[in-house]
Design a protein around this ligand. Structure first.
Ligand SMILES: Cc1cc2nc3c(=O)[nH]c(=O)nc-3n(C[C@H](O)[C@H](O)[C@H](O)COP(=O)(O)OP(=O)(O)OC[C@H]3O[C@@H](n4cnc5c(N)ncnc54)[C@H](O)[C@@H]3O)c2cc1C
Length: 411
């Protein structure tokens, strides 16, 4: 068995793996991606944030995505039974992109993969990684090919971008339970969505439900709309019938969602993901780094998954390129601490969403336009802009504002 050599071996051809490969390739190093599926394949996680645009552009992938004519997402709308509040990315504090796209992931991930193959990057489809040996001076990765035979890959470094496959966290015993309570998700795609007109058409809707549950509505340019609920298991299990029945009953619990989706027809049977939140002991070690969902995954409420997948890939690739060029790098400082900051900002907002502080802010008209624009930049994924007080002092700023809103509501 002759090992397949390249500078970097990347596990997984999702957005994290392909964007890391593109940056490494552009820097003059070789990367091989090992992917267990044959694309297109279904994956959930369809609403991008504007920060993705910078990261796709830097990886040389923005043009390929733009050519797909995905529906433009100008912002996010949060809805209770009767109220709504809009965040327009064009009104944000950070000087960043004012829009992004809603992407069916089978098409989006295939687009990215085809673009990197066109650059000359080797993707080994239908190869499932089963063993990894990482050392300071190199690594060997073993995969099972489509014919069931083992294939060995050798390289100088391994990036684990295997998403929920979590290859290295499993093999190296790096998984940690999340501090967040277990939440599950049930979702499907529907036709028959009565969308708002104009720029409103592509916005994500986040509809609040009882018991801290919420529903997403994500429209696509292909005529389908993704609809899914996130809730603690008891909320879903307490409803009778099939997963389709449960999802339907949940949609009808929010009057604004029910009105919009009154003529819905499912494109496929509803699916369920149980307990998606997971943490990790460390993000890097001798000869490897974890990126994207192979790291920590908090919660989908602010659509941060693909943004963090691209951001971590960008940062890991840049750190690695410096290392491959012979520079001494400090992975903990240059990579793990950087990424950790962004995760901590989102953690504050996720916690504040579920403990009610953030809804109190969102549905209070006392939050000034300046403050809303600073919060909007977080919702746009610009969580490394330390000029934004709602990033730099995220925990304190959110807590103080929530208390202020609470006092104004109950003087
Ligand atoms: C309910 C829910 C809703 C979500 N909604 C959003 C959203 O609206 N917006 C958003 O940005 N994010 C969302 N996310 C998160 C999003 O799904 C992920 O953050 C994103 O897909 C991560 O990308 P990735 O490249 O890290 O991994 P993936 O896209 O999962 O890619 C990993 C790849 O690795 C491959 N792989 C796995 N194991 C192996 C192996 N052993 N060998 C070889 N290959 C392997 C897989 O086949 C896969 O193609 C949501 C998540 C959940 C659970």
């Amino acid at each position: 068995m002759t090992p397949i050599d390249s500078d970097v071996i990347i596990i997984g051809a999702g957005p994290s793996g392909t964007s890391a490969a593109a940056l490494i390739h552009q820097a003059g190093f070789t990367a091989t991606i090992i992917e267990k599926e044959q694309f297109p394949r279904f994956v959930i996680g369809e609403s991008l944030l504007p920060r993705c645009m910078d990261l796709l552009e830097e990886a040389g992938l923005l043009g390929a995505v733009k050519a797909r004519n995905y529906i433009v997402k100008h912002g996010a709308v949060f809805l209770t039974d009767s109220q709504r509040t809009d965040f327009d990315f064009g009104n944000q504090f950070t000087k960043g992109w004012g829009y992004t796209w809603q992407v069916p992931r089978d098409d989006f991930d295939l687009t990215l993969a085809a673009a990197v193959e066109k650059m000359g990057i080797d993707i080994r489809w239908q190869h499932t990684v089963t063993a990894v040996d990482c050392r300071r001076d190199g690594a060997t990765v073993t995969a099972t090919g489509p014919d069931g035979m083992p294939v060995t890959f050798s390289g100088r470094f391994v990036i684990d971008a295997s998403g929920f496959g979590r290859v290295l966290p499993r093999l190296f015993d790096l998984d940690l339970p999340s501090a967040l309570p277990r939440r599950d998700s049930v979702f499907s795609h529907f036709t028959g969505d009565r969308r708002p007109e104009g720029d409103e058409a592509g916005k994500i809707w986040i509809c609040m439900l009882p018991e801290n549950a919420w529903l997403w509505i994500i429209p696509f340019s292909n005529g389908c709309t993704s609809v899914g609920v996130v809730a603690e298991p008891a909320f879903i299990d307490g409803l009778s019938g099939s997963l389709d029945d449960k999802l339907s009953a949940i949609i009808d619990r929010n009057p604004q969602a029910a009105a919009r989706l009154a003529e819905r027809r499912p494109a496929f049977a509803a699916r369920r993901i149980n307990g998606y939140s997971i943490a990790v002991k460390k993000l890097c070690g001798d000869g490897y780094a974890l990126t994207g969902n192979a790291t920590e995954f908090l919660d989908p409420v602010f659509s941060s998954g693909v943004t963090l997948a691209l951001e971590s890939a960008n940062r890991a690739a840049k750190t690695l390129i410096r290392q491959l060029k012979g520079e001494t790098v400090d992975w903990e400082k240059d990579y793990a601490a950087y990424l950790g900051h962004g995760v901590e900002v989102f953690r504050t907002y996720v916690n504040a969403w579920y403990d009610g502080q953030l809804p109190a802010i969102f549905f209070n008209d006392k939050a000034t336009p300046d403050i809303r624009s600073q919060v909007c930049s977080v919702l746009a994924g610009y969580v490394w802009d330390m000029n934004n007080p709602y990033v730099a002092r995220h925990e304190k700023a959110v807590d103080t504002l929530a208390r202020l809103c609470e006092m104004r509501m109950n003087p």
